[in-house]
Design a protein around this ligand. Structure first.
Ligand code: FES
Length: 103
């Protein structure tokens, strides 16, 4: 199945998604994200904005995710850390936008 990722330049990418992978790992595997801390919820380089229609299909932010998001600018209601989203086929078609740290 696939997810759809818009990069900082506005280009949309359709990425093969693997059940059981974190969304960060899927995006990083395609070279679109650093994921510097490896998914430890520490670097916030995996900051994304989730399309509104998908928001309530994701589990809520944990306290650790909130704390990591507090360290970066441009955080909004649709902000998530992609390493904290576990991909399953229930998320097939997920749409998100990258918010790179230097944006
Ligand atoms: Fe570092 Fe997600 S990869 S917080």
């Amino acid at each position: 199945s696939f997810i759809f990722v818009e990069d900082a330049a506005g280009t949309e990418h359709r990425l093969d998604a693997v059940e059981g992978w974190r969304v960060m790992e899927i995006v990083r595997d395609h070279g679109l994200m650093d994921g510097m801390c490896g998914g430890a919820c520490e670097c916030a380089t995996c900051h994304v904005e989730v399309e509104a229609s998908w928001l309530d299909r994701l589990p809520p932010r944990s306290d650790d995710e909130e704390a990591a998001l507090d360290t970066v600018p441009d955080v909004g209601a649709r902000s998530r850390l992609a390493c904290q989203i576990l991909y399953s086929d229930a998320l097939a078609g997920l749409r998100l936008k990258l918010v790179p740290p230097d944006a």
